[in-house]
Design a protein. Structure first.
Length: 194
């Protein structure tokens, strides 16, 4: 509806101003948290869901997801908002979402994309890549500063500040056929819940 578009535009602009606050970092985080909390509260109502599912709002939420500044609590709120908004979007609305340019550190995932021009696939790829940030050590989804237009081309990123002298070559993780294994070891003196 027209009201949902107008309110979404207003809140998205407020969200953009909160993220661009360059003076006081604490004030910017507080403003960002206020807007995200308001959107989260609104997401429980019918009009709130209509506000959230506007392409401009989803675009801003996805770009915030790639930003390194928000705290884990704010990232969780952003994911909750995406969870509420994305199922309500039509295929046409997904096509209007402006994805930020991003890159990911596992190049073999590029070959597994069925249709990279499909907007819904691009959004899903971005969300899955962000999830991998928390699951796969050393992988990080980041904004690509060199791309001039939104593109989900997966590029290999080198880990920053890696210490090569202390690692055994057998300890480094390698992706084989697009699969990555994670080994978790428990010391004898640790309890099973640690």
């Amino acid at each position: 509806s027209g009201l949902a578009r107008q309110v979404s535009s207003l809140l998205t602009n407020h969200l953009a101003r909160a993220t661009e606050c360059c003076g006081n970092q604490a004030a910017g985080n507080d403003a960002l948290q206020d807007v995200l909390s308001l959107l989260n509260d609104l997401s429980r109502s019918h009009i709130g869901k209509a506000i959230l599912s506007q392409p401009a709002c989803v675009s801003k939420l996805l770009s915030l997801l790639l930003d390194q500044r928000p705290s884990p609590k704010l990232v969780l709120i952003i994911l909750q908002l995406c969870r509420a908004a994305l199922p309500l979007m039509s295929v046409e609305d997904c096509g209007n979402v402006e994805l930020p340019p991003w890159s990911y550190s596992v190049p073999s995932l590029n070959s597994e994309q069925d249709d990279p021009s499909d907007p819904a696939s691009k959004i899903a790829s971005l969300l899955l890549a962000k999830l991998a940030d928390y699951v796969v050590p050393g992988c990080q989804t980041v904004l690509s500063p060199t791309a001039s237009e939104p593109d989900t081309t997966l590029a290999k990123a080198s880990p920053k500040n890696s210490i090569k002298g202390d690692k055994d070559p057998g300890e480094e993780s390698e992706a084989v056929d697009g699969k990555l294994s994670i080994f978790i070891h428990k010391r004898e003196d640790q309890s099973s819940h640690e």
